[in-house]
Design a protein around this ligand. Structure first.
Ligand code: GDP
Ligand code: MG
Length: 439
């Protein structure tokens, strides 16, 4: 797939200017890439048309080649279509905020209910209550209770002999008594959308008017995800989507389709079976994944080597001058992630090139994503002046990045430490970069 894209880009790069025909050819490849990523056919058609209209006649920025300009437009549109920025969870004006999980059987509702409880406790010190309203399989109630025990979160259940609406009503009474600030309702699913299921869910909705109705969709279901999303969205006031099982090898085209057909934001992604494997959804990263943007970016990177070298030198200078701030930190993360020349930067620091510590650097892409999410949540002022980061700002960063506040503290501390270490490094000892990354 991305090989094909690269070939197409290769062709474009040899020419000085993008003609209409070039754009058309490029878009043919993009179209195939999207289809291979399991984006819905109609969505692909619309998207390609939109991008083609924008790309033809677009001015090529000085710093980019025509091919890069096209890539940038494709990437920008893809990101924009999926919602630009991460969409936070809504909060009710008074407690409890009610989150209702809906979706087909096996989509990951029960697991995600637990993940959300965990996330809310970590990020907001929340005291959630979970309600077991899937009465069709005894195992479903037990599954939620087990998750509750693991997390130390109370689970309200009435077994499987009651009407789900009654169970939810009773559960709400308990939440009021115990002053739970969040209620997470786990509901039943079917293998297919059917009317009885929809009516039951609509009844629950009408009874408690949830703050959030989160449609849980298995990303691995590809094309089918679109119909499922459409079906649920017609009958319920869906407020957001959780795309699960993105740890699998799907490219995640469902994200684009679902967003297009429902217009509802994807709020979280499931990245595994464990209860902490929930991530805030970032449209820009998803765009990369769907298009195989990593390869394209490294291509752009190659064309920019000269520029990068200059940047690396500037970074090294900044470190020496001690004016390194979170913006530089972020730049550095980007460079690392784009196969960037982190060791090149290090080598520019006198005494580092032959330092044995250089050989032992172990950088996990996931760590970098988390660190970036935290830094992205900072205001420009905070990035330039990390001293502004008091306790309440740190809590906001935790909320914004979907990372625990402890981790925010750790990143800031690592940043401080690494800044000091880098100072020393520039005088010839130690690897502060490792400390910065928490390894
Ligand atoms: P429900 O029927 O919608 O409640 O789905 P469950 O929560 O019971 O999940 C169905 C299966 O999918 C279980 O085996 C989960 O462990 C698994 N699962 C849920 N979310 C994820 C995820 O993000 N990644 C992976 N790999 N498995 C998941
Ligand atoms: Mg379930």
């Amino acid at each position: 797939l991305s090989e094909r894209l690269q070939n197409a880009i290769g062709k474009l790069r040899k020419k000085g200017k993008v003609s209409e025909a070039d754009v058309r050819e490029m878009m043919r490849e993009v179209r195939l890439a999207l289809l291979e990523a399991d984006v819905n056919f109609t969505v692909v058609k619309d998207f390609v048309k939109k991008v083609r209209d924008r790309a033809v006649g677009a001015e090529v920025l000085d710093s980019l080649s025509p091919a890069q300009q096209v890539i940038k437009i494709v990437n920008d549109e893809l990101t924009k279509t999926m919602g630009e920025a991460a969409a936070p969870l809504n909060k009710a004006p008074h407690i409890p905020t009610i989150i209702m999980m809906v979706g087909l059987q096996g989509a990951g509702k029960t697991t995600t209910a637990g993940k959300l409880a965990n996330y809310l406790m970590k990020t907001q010190k929340a005291r959630p209550l979970m309600i077991a309203a899937d009465v069709y399989r005894p195992a479903a109630v037990d599954q939620l209770k087990t998750i509750g025990q693991q997390l130390d979160v109370p689970v309200f259940d009435m077994g499987t002999d009651h009407d789900p609406v009654d169970i939810v009503k009773q559960g709400m009474v308990q939440a009021d008594l115990q002053k739970n600030d969040y209620v997470i309702i786990d509901t039943a699913g079917r293998l297919q959308i059917d009317d009885k299921l929809m009516t039951e869910l609509a009844n629950i909705e009408n009874e408690v008017h949830p703050t959030e109705i989160l449609l849980t969709v298995d990303a691995m279901t590809g094309q089918a995800a679109t119909e499922v999303a459409e079906g649920f969205n017609k009958r319920l006031n869906i407020t957001g989507v959780v795309l699960t099982k993105l740890d699998g090898d799907t490219r995640g085209g469902a994200a684009l389709s679902i967003r297009e057909v429902t217009g509802k934001p994807i709020k979280f992604t499931g990245q595994g079976e464990k209860l902490d494997q929930l991530d805030v959804f970032y449209p820009d990263r998803m765009a990369n994944r769907i298009l195989g943007m990593g390869d394209m970016l490294s291509l752009i990177e190659k064309a920019q080597t000269d520029y990068d070298e200059k940047q690396a030198q500037e970074m090294a200078d900044k470190i020496k001058e001690n004016s390194f701030d979170f913006n530089d930190f972020l730049d550095q993360m980007d460079q690392i992630q784009n196969m960037g020349p982190i060791d090149e930067i290090m080598k520019m620091i006198p005494g580092m090139a032959n330092n044995p510590a250089m050989k032992n650097m172990n950088i996990q892409p996931k760590d970098l994503d988390h660190i970036k999410a935290i830094v992205y949540s900072m205001t420009p002022q905070e990035r330039e002046n990390p001293d502004l980061l008091n306790a309440s700002r740190k809590r906001r960063l935790a909320g914004g990045s979907g990372r625990p506040v402890q981790e925010v503290n750790r990143v800031i501390k690592q940043f401080d430490t690494s800044k000091k270490m880098m100072q020393q490094m520039s005088k010839g000892n130690m690897s502060g970069m490792e400390q910065m990354l928490g390894n």
